[in-house]
Design a protein around this ligand. Structure first.
Ligand SMILES: Cc1ncc(C[n+]2csc(CCOP(=O)(O)OP(=O)(O)O)c2C)c(N)n1
Ligand SMILES: [Mg+2]
Length: 335
């Protein structure tokens, strides 16, 4: 039985009506994420990058679609799989790459790495290595926006695994009681580390849980940037109108391992390949964009070349940035 708070949104606006600028921005954002992460993956495996890296490849349509309805004044809270959110919110690729390389020119002077990038200047409040650690920070940010009488909103991204943390229920309850301008964005990618979601999650649609907090929910195909844009717009418009928090569930699939280097013993290669072949968000966008006649294939190639140049520049910047000095080791520590 479907919970009464849930609406399933499929795209209704014809692709041509989106306008070329919006379509270019969808494509460029998704490609930036994809190419940035492919570069990281390759160079992590090549031994150039320290630490631990989780990739967002295959989930780009969620970040691009949600962020297309946010401004720099809106806040987001991200996850351990945060590069996509950070790029889509408008962070600087050079400083991101340098941080992931552990270099001094990075966002945290090279001491935070992949899971600790924040950029308040674009409303990106932070990635988070603590699963489910973002909800209550986002609720606090939304409370500040409300008390300041701003029209801005906050959004918190989280996975199917994180939806089982108690922190979700605390934040959902307080957000509902106080009618906070907060969007919950669940990235249902079918796995939490090595755990398939139905072995650990009580409901087929995680958005059912929003019913318990009197929140409207929308379910979309998270691999279709048009669906994510239209579904999130519906909820964000209602949040901006003062209607209180809302829940967006994006059905997607984690095509990469949990982290770079994951042996992936818990699923078959066929399952992964099927999702890549049939559901890749960039492929789906390219198909729709060219079928609609808005883009000729060579126009897409030009955008790809522009993004390649940006990623190459970020990589050069990161490689050439110095390591942090040993004398910096205890700078900016608060204990
Ligand atoms: C509080 C906490 N528990 C466990 C972990 C270890 N851990 C890191 S990511 C992860 C799985 C998260 O799954 P999900 O929320 O579905 O996000 P996804 O990785 O699929 O994007 C786990 C268990 C952690 N970092 N923090
Ligand atoms: Mg997951």
């Amino acid at each position: 039985m479907e919970a009464p708070n849930i609406t399933r949104v499929t795209p209704e606006i014809p692709v041509r009506e989106y306008g070329k600028e919006r379509l270019e921005s969808f494509y460029e954002t998704m490609l930036k994420i994809r190419k940035f992460e492919r570069t990281i993956e390759e160079n992590f495996l090549g031994g150039e990058i320290p630490g631990f890296v989780h990739l967002y490849i295959g989930e780009e349509a969620i970040a691009a679609g949600v962020m297309s309805n946010l401004t720099e004044r809106d806040y987001i809270e991200s996850t351990h799989r945060g590069h996509g959110h950070t790029i889509a919110k408008g962070a600087d690729l050079n400083r991101m790459m340098a941080e992931i390389y552990g270099k001094k020119a990075g966002y945290c002077q090279g001491k935070g790495g992949s899971m600790h990038i924040a950029d308040f200047s674009v409303g990106m409040l932070g990635a988070n290595g603590v699963v489910g650690g973002g909800y209550n920070l986002a609720a606090g940010a939304a409370l500040a926006q409300k008390l300041q009488g701003r029209k801005d909103i906050s959004a918190v991204f989280f996975g199917d695994g994180a939806s089982n943390r108690g922190t979700f229920h605390e934040a959902a309850n307080v957000a509902s009681v106080w009618k906070l301008p907060l969007l919950f964005v669940c990235e249902m990618n079918e796995y939490a580390s090595t755990t398939p979601y139905r072995t650990a999650t009580s409901v087929a649609d995680i958005s059912r849980r929003a019913y318990g907090y009197d929140m409207p929910a929308v379910i979309v195909d998270g691999n279709d940037v048009f669906a994510v844009h239209e579904g999130s717009k519906k909820l964000i418009d209602s949040i901006r109108a003062g209607e209180g928090p809302a829940f967006l569930e994006c059905k997607t699939y984690r095509v990469k391992g949990h982290f770079v280097g994951d042996p992936e013993k818990y699923r078959t290669r066929e399952e992964v390949q099927k999702n890549i072949d049939e559901r890749d968000p960039i492929m789906l966008f390219e198909r729709k964009a060219t079928e609609s006649g808005v883009f000729a294939p060579n126009e897409l190639t030009a955008i790809q070349a522009r993004v390649d140049a940006q990623i190459a520049a970020a990589l050069k910047f990161a490689r050439e940035s110095p390591e942090p000095a040993v004398s910096d080791l205890f700078a900016n520590l608060y204990v």
